[in-house]
Ligand binder design. Structure first.
Ligand code: GTP
Ligand code: MG
Length: 149
């Protein structure tokens, strides 16, 4: 079953949005498979956002991610990568639709509350980076997720 990596960024934690965000993914029907509150250091944040290292905002982005604890999560379910990005909303909150997390809770692109993997392959890499200890194996009886049609 497809998995994605979701991170509540430091501003989301500071603003008390953790419960709200988890609730949105839960109510959609996705299954929580990994969850931890952690502080990451600069090399780790640089690794997570390595693809953006040439961008002018890279240093500010890394500073933002290491500014306080983040909530790292693995969510599982059918099409969870693409659907998770829809729940999150467009990168720039000025363009994210109301009803999305960024559309409802963010104003600045540099403080956009949440990260979600952008593809199945990047999800796989990010889960390996953030959860080297592995994740929890369990099967949701409410959302078995085994149907492919
Ligand atoms: P993530 O889920 O965090 O990876 O966001 P994304 O996939 O929607 O966007 P992308 O991976 O392109 O950028 C990563 C993060 O960098 C964004 O979420 C923003 O916080 C930040 N970012 C992207 N573009 C800009 C920009 O033009 N200016 C600033 N200040 N930050 C940006
Ligand atoms: Mg991204």
């Amino acid at each position: 079953m497809e998995q994605t990596f979701i991170m509540i960024k430091p501003d989301g934690v500071q603003r008390g949005l953790v419960g709200e965000i988890i609730s949105r993914f839960e109510k959609k029907g996705f299954s929580l498979k990994g969850l931890k509150l952690i502080n990451v250091d600069r090399p780790f944040a640089e690794k997570h956002y390595a693809d953006l290292s040439a961008k002018p905002f890279f240093n500010g982005l890394v500073e933002y991610i290491i500014s306080g604890p983040v909530v790292a999560m693995v969510w599982e379910g059918k099409n969870v990568v693409v659907t998770g990005r829809k729940i999150i909303g467009a990168t720039n909150p000025a363009e994210s639709a109301p009803g999305t997390i960024r559309g409802d809770f963010a104003i600045d692109i540099g403080r956009n509350v949440i990260h979600g993997s952008d593809a199945v392959e990047s999800a796989r890499k990010e889960i390996a980076l953030w959860f080297p200890e592995g994740i929890v194996t369990w099967q949701s009886s409410a959302h078995p997720g085994s149907t492919s049609s």
